[in-house]
Design a protein around this ligand. Sequence first.
Ligand code: CA
Length: 501
Amino acid sequence: MKNYIKFLSFVCISILMVSCKTNSVSQETKNEKPNILFIFPDQFRNAAIGLNNQDPVSTPNLDKLGKEGMVISNAISNYPLCSPYRGMLMTGKLPYNNSVLSNSNSRRHKYNNSWQKGDVSISDVLVKNGYDAGYVGKLHLRSPKPMEGKDTVVWDAYQPKELRHGFNFWYAYGTFDQHNTPHYWKNDAKEDEVTYVNEWSAKHEADVIIDYIKNPSPKTRSGKKPFALFWSVNPPHPPYQYVPEKYLENYKDKSLEELLVRENVALDSDASEFAFHSGATRKRTHLAKEHVRNHFAMVTGVDEQIGRVLKTLKDEGLEENTIVIITSDHGEMMGSHGLMSKNVWFEEAINVPFIIKWPKKIKANQKSDLIVSTTDIMPTLLNLVEATEGIPTNLDGRDLSSIITDNKGDKPTSALYYFILEGQPASGHRGLRTHNNTYVITIDKKNVERKFLYDNVNDPYQKVNIIGTDTVIEEKLHQELLKNLKEKKDPWLEKYKNLKE
Ligand code: CA
């Protein structure tokens, strides 16, 4: 009997030990999911990262991050404009499938040009898979109601909790460009409870994120879950002059020629060849003369603030298992082709930075020419962190995770380019950006068709439209574009075919 009791005790203790061990293993496994830090400054072209040796900018922290991770040279903002990019980023769907056809503001309220409650988004899926999700900075995904009896266009908008798609830490605003006096709605704040700040927004937001990473009491996140933080820094977006003086040090004594080094800069051009394009910013190149120094100073300032955040990640011991991504919603023309701003098919607008660092799974010091579309980011990131439960099956983007971690899988051969008029999903331009070419068909407001073709290998500054000179390449790209649009069920295709009949 004594021996029997001894045996029973042994069995019970063994079971308990095994069960404890299993628990601790599952807890560890759970905690092993990587954190995500997704940082996307606004209007930051790929050329404006120092390591690319193009713009004469100083970005030591981004350069260091590039050496510690993978630098992807062909990240394309498929629709290089604030809200459409953000809509694609969050939903993994193309503009005509997620309702964000143009920039959100009160004029487009009637078109419902906003992030839709029903579109299961990247943050919804992350939260469903056990993440804390945070959003800091500019959202610009909701068209507010117009002001009664007034014609003023309202841009900024409060994002009600029920439209935040699972983000449980919120320190954000709609769109507001006074970088030295930003404002925010924090977590539970109601629409009239705005936090006003007298500090450069990038610096202030870096402090908020450093606090989120450190997570002291009172806690900003659970601490037991992995976190996914999205940081949308408004600079280097205009107005360019709102930048702390100290960041001008590298640029203030340089001449325009030393700063605007791209061969396609045309400060005296009125870009009349693009007069048909209502998205192109023409006759504003005086801003490049006045502000290229300020814009690049902002780039350096944003780099410094990102550096502070990355240092905190390291100091807190979170560097090894955090995926850091640096990218942007679109670039900045800054006088190239006589244009300013974005919303055109040229490289300065569509080619955005893409640095990804994850010491645990991605080898350091890698360069890749992978073509990454904005819609690919959601499925790629969710598969990278194995947060796969609940990923919608109707996404327009592709999962590129195995290509990034193991160089396995078919690489995309092109990215699509879009420009769409407000409220008209079938309108505007469609194009294709391959490794070698950019091919664009534009339909203007009078239904006039134009075509543009560039040889990006022999003419990297896209100075010559070679349409009509190489019918073989042209036809190949044309067919590939139409095939892609058909696969994506783009309503533009029907309109185009009707025009041609
Ligand atoms: Ca933007």
